[in-house]
Design a protein around this ligand. Sequence first.
Ligand code: UDP
Ligand code: MG
Length: 328
Amino acid sequence: MASPKLSVIIPVHNESANIAPLCERLLPVLNRITPDWEVIFVDDGSRDDTLDLIRGVSRAEPRIGAVSFSRNFGKEIAIAAGLDHARGDAVVIMDADLQHPPEMIEAFVERWQQGFLMVYGQRTDRSDETRTKRGFAQVFYKLFARFGEIPLPEGAGDFRLIDRKGVDALRTLGEKARFSKGLYAWIGFKATGVPFVVEERRFGTTKWSFRKLFRFAFDGIAAFSTVPLRIWTYIGFLISFLAIATAIFFTVRTLLFGTDLPGFPSLIVSVMFFSGIQLMSLGIVGEYVGRIFAEVKRRPLYVVAERVGGAAEVSSDIVPDNYRMRRV
Ligand code: UDP
Ligand code: MG
């Protein structure tokens, strides 16, 4: 039986210090699995010499290639581009900073050959992250588990292997506000987790600012739940009910005991309270309207500036309808 083809896609944004150490550790692992592998770096608008370094390794090893974006589009979009360009029977997604140990790929492939179409790395602890970040992650996953339309497996991140069937399914999902972890779960298929310990980032600093993470979390909830929209109806009802109750209370009190003060403070407080609630609910509606707007513009997901090495051709054996538009 011919050995299956394995693609590894790696989103990179200003990771020049990590390219060489990563290749050094990754290639021996791939060679142990199959000679028929390819590595596709998705250069997400790096401003350092990341792409030059990849060009260098690609000249020495043509199985390594790159798709380079015209600007920074974000990691989620970079993953989508990687999936569009990968030609393997199985595709592995991993970070460039060696936080995802390449040796794990062997375990992934083993589970894949046992019949699992999706094998995800399951982080056993998050001690590499700051306490605030961990706290927020916990709140996010609790909210998602409670209100999201699909359950997310615990500790599963982007580090995973996806069978060709899953890749093709993911490529039909053309949404712009991408929350990959939700999409992986949404497509279904027989999945399993392999525990691993996240290593320290080798060089450079994390590319996620707090603002980006918050944006990402909101995208995640909004893409898989309409609860933030609906919840305002309930809050609105509750507050109207409270307002009526308060009105009755004051009327009765005035009738029985007369009025003693003009009631300016309570007036101001209630005005502020209600304008706050209205602005918030309007904002939530706005968030969804904004997402609808982003989708109806039907812009492509990304713009490719350059392709390097093996990734130069776009795989065209499957062309989902919306992919035609995404292709640039
Ligand atoms: N990354 C990217 N585009 C971005 C931000 C990050 O392609 O806008 C890549 C980055 O180069 C790395 C991976 O996504 O390979 C994970 O990023 P990082 O290590 O900064 O995230 P963390 O591990 O801190 O969550
Ligand atoms: Mg990292």
